[in-house]
Structures are given as structure tokens and as C-alpha cells.
Design a protein around this ligand. Sequence first.
Ligand code: PXP
Length: 242
Amino acid sequence: MSRNLRLGVNIDHVATVRNARGVGYPDPVRAALLAAEAGADGITAHLREDRRHITDEDIARLSAELTIPLNLEMAATEEMLAIALRHRPHAACIVPEKREERTTEGGLDAAGGNNHLAPMVRELKGANIRVSLFIEPDAAQIDAAIRLGAPVVELHTGRYAELSGDAQADELRRLADAAALAAKNGIEVHAGHGLTFDNVAAIAAIPQVRELNIGHFLIGEALFTGLGAAVRRMRDAMDAAR
Ligand code: PXP
């Protein structure tokens, strides 16, 4: 079903729990199938350079078993490009990656990294993979995405999620402005990072946003309510805000 606002469920942290023990459970692919059953429109997984959560085998199994689109989050490296070209996921979201970070801290410097990113965007697009750039809500980054020919940008909502009061309202305005600028230039807008039941509504209400990618909160909430219920409640919160 084609929805006006899609929900991509990120299953990385099911793999984090599995890898804490080095055993085979909990299985992120099982989580992905459950999320799909509960109404997720897509599954997102980040194959990090250090393989701290999702593994190559997880990507192979997700590619084989999913019946909804897979969005592969990847650093702009030759290794990840080769993996993306091998599995040909529906989408690839290029993210910045530093080994020492706990999660993806800050957006990609598309404006500063053009030479590096241009061939990557071209090759992924050539393989029919929908390329997205994970960027801060900033006009310079959107200009760079336009120059790079990226069909999609994902706006980083991490700062919005951490702020409160006036500062959060300012950041929300930056997100809304960035979404409008990108859409005006024909770029599809996604958003994600740090979204919860409590803060998702304002982001879901930005009319140009077509997809939200949400992981850490949903996997945590699943401990208490089960993953299906958590996904359904997030879906309802998104629909109510629209
Ligand atoms: N979008 C991107 C590009 C990300 O890197 C992440 C985190 O892996 C998310 C969305 C989801 O963020 P969270 O796990 O905080 O919901």
C-alpha cells in the first residue's frame, strides 16, 4: 500500500542485544517480519563498518526474506558500496560514521564531501537503488544534495529530539524549512533519529515528510508492550498528526 507518510522500522538494536551474548537470539529478521506484520512500510538496517549490531548475514537474510522494502544505511565506503550493489536493497541511506560514536552523531557533510559522494550516488542510482543522504536540516546541505542528484534526503531529527522549549521550536522550524526547500527542488524528504511517541507528532505533521525511520525507542518499548503493539502505536501517532 502506498501511504502518504511511511514508517520505516530500524531493527539494529535487536542485533545489539543478540550480539551482547554472541548467540543467535533475539533475531533481527524475526523482528523485521513482526514489524512488517504490524504495519511497518519498510525495514531499515545499518551495517556499520565495525559490525557492532547488524551483520553481513543479517543483510543477506533480510534481502531474502523481507516482503517490504529494505533501506540499507551505510557509510560512504567502497566496502559498503560493494555490499549494496550485491544485495540491491530498495534504498540506501548514506550516513556519516565514526567508530567511536555511540550512534550516528550529526548529518553527513554533503556540502563538504561532494567529490567523495558523487561517484557513490551515481553507482547506487545506476543499480536502481533509491539513494538518500542523511543530513542536518540546513540549506547548504540541501543545495549539495541537489548538486549530487540525490533523489531523497533524510533530515536528522536528533537535535530536535534532545532539545526542549523554545530551542526545540527553533529546531522544528529549521526542519520544516529544510523539508520545504528540498521538496520544492524535487527531492523526497524523510526524517529520523531519536523519535518517540512523545515527540513524533510535530515531525509527522511536516507536510513534505514522506517517511520516518524509527528504531531505538521502538525496540526499547517492545520490551514492555511487544514490538507489534509498539509499531501499531507509533503508526497511530503518525496518522493522528497528519
Ligand atoms: N535514520 C538514520 C539515518 C539513522 O542513522 C538512525 C539511527 O540508526 C535512525 C534513522 C533511527 O534513529 P533511532 O534509532 O534513534 O530511532
